[in-house]
Ligand binder design. Structure first.
Ligand SMILES: [Zn+2]
Length: 301
């Protein structure tokens, strides 16, 4: 943990497991243990003490689960000194045609024997309370009509099935939506909005923000709030109550200003928080404290 008085940030959405896992999914973490340790050390130095590794398909979800488990295993391949990690299991709308059943094996493996939450395989002597759960969310899932890599009906079906999964397992739902607001709201309304729903990398304006907040969802802001052309997103951040807000990097994507052009990483989430603080007239400390508390509630940890 960071020293007395230091800020603690929660990166609610990153993909660092992708950077460290080879395509095969074989021996994921060991291959890049040094880089991983360096990335996590920089996160800890920046006060980013918690992060969620988000799956986008069966392979990346399995890699996220394995990364979290391996870092908790005594004598594991890379230390995560001062940083705690969790995973989500999900199918991105780009790959909706893979079918949500492709996640079955990963989810079944992650569901604890007790059936209480979705647990880990921490060694003897480790705390196995709820906050040690490995899988804390379903997603990212949703609709992407900008790229439309999968047909729209396949996207809607995969999204609906994952909303059901989140409800059934009482997990957070991590939603990706791009150029598809109306259908996103329709599918959520049709299936039923999970109690803890996060609109990841919120890039709408004030109107979309109000609609999401009316649903009871949380808005997770990314490096986009630092972009020059993102006045609409900043306007949305201004109106979003701080107790409904999360911060994320979505790393390795969406590197905040002033680091555009280099890959993003969890250590940069404070830049997102600083931009939010400026827009809302709060201190960075208030933003760090509130968004960290919100993320812990949202992910049930
Ligand atoms: Zn993402």
């Amino acid at each position: 943990m960071t020293g007395d008085g230091a800020l603690e940030w929660f990166d609610s959405h990153c993909h660092i497991q992708d950077e460290f896992a080879p395509e095969s999914g074989d021996g994921p973490v060991v291959a890049h243990a040094d880089r991983l340790a360096a990335t996590l050390a920089r996160a800890a130095t920046s006060g980013v003490t918690r992060l969620v590794c988000v799956g986008t398909g069966a392979a990346t979800s399995a890699a996220a689960v394995e990364l979290v488990r391996s870092l908790r295993r005594p004598g594991g391949p890379a230390a995560a000194e001062g940083v705690d990690l969790w995973a989500t299991v999900g199918l991105h709308p780009h790959d909706a045609t893979d079918g949500v059943a492709s996640l079955d094996a990963v989810l079944a493996d992650a569901v604890s024997a007790s059936g209480a939450g979705v647990g880990d395989d921490a060694g003897p002597g480790r705390d196995r309370g709820d906050h040690r759960n490995v899988v804390v969310g379903i997603g990212e899932c949703g609709l992407d009509y900008y790229y439309e890599h999968s047909p729209r009906d396949a996207q809607r079906e995969a999204f609906a099935l994952q909303i059901e999964l989140a409800r059934r397992h009482d997990l957070a739902l991590v939603v990706h939506t791009r150029d598809a607001w109306d259908d996103t709201f329709d599918v959520l309304a049709a299936v039923g909005v999970p109690e803890r729903t996060i609109i990841h990398c919120f890039t709408g304006g004030p109107d979309e923000a109000r609609r999401c907040l009316d649903l009871g969802a949380l808005l997770s802001f990314s490096g986009v709030v630092t972009f020059k052309n993102a006045d609409d997103v900043r306007e949305a951040a201004r109106l979003c109550p701080i107790d409904r807000m999360l911060v994320e990097t979505d790393s390795p994507f969406l590197t905040p200003v002033p680091h555009r052009g280099s890959p993003n990483e969890p250590a940069r989430v404070p830049l997102v928080g600083a931009a939010i603080a400026q827009v809302k007239g709060l201190t960075t400390s208030e933003v760090a404290t509130m968004t960290t508390a919100n993320a812990r509630v949202a992910f049930g940890i």
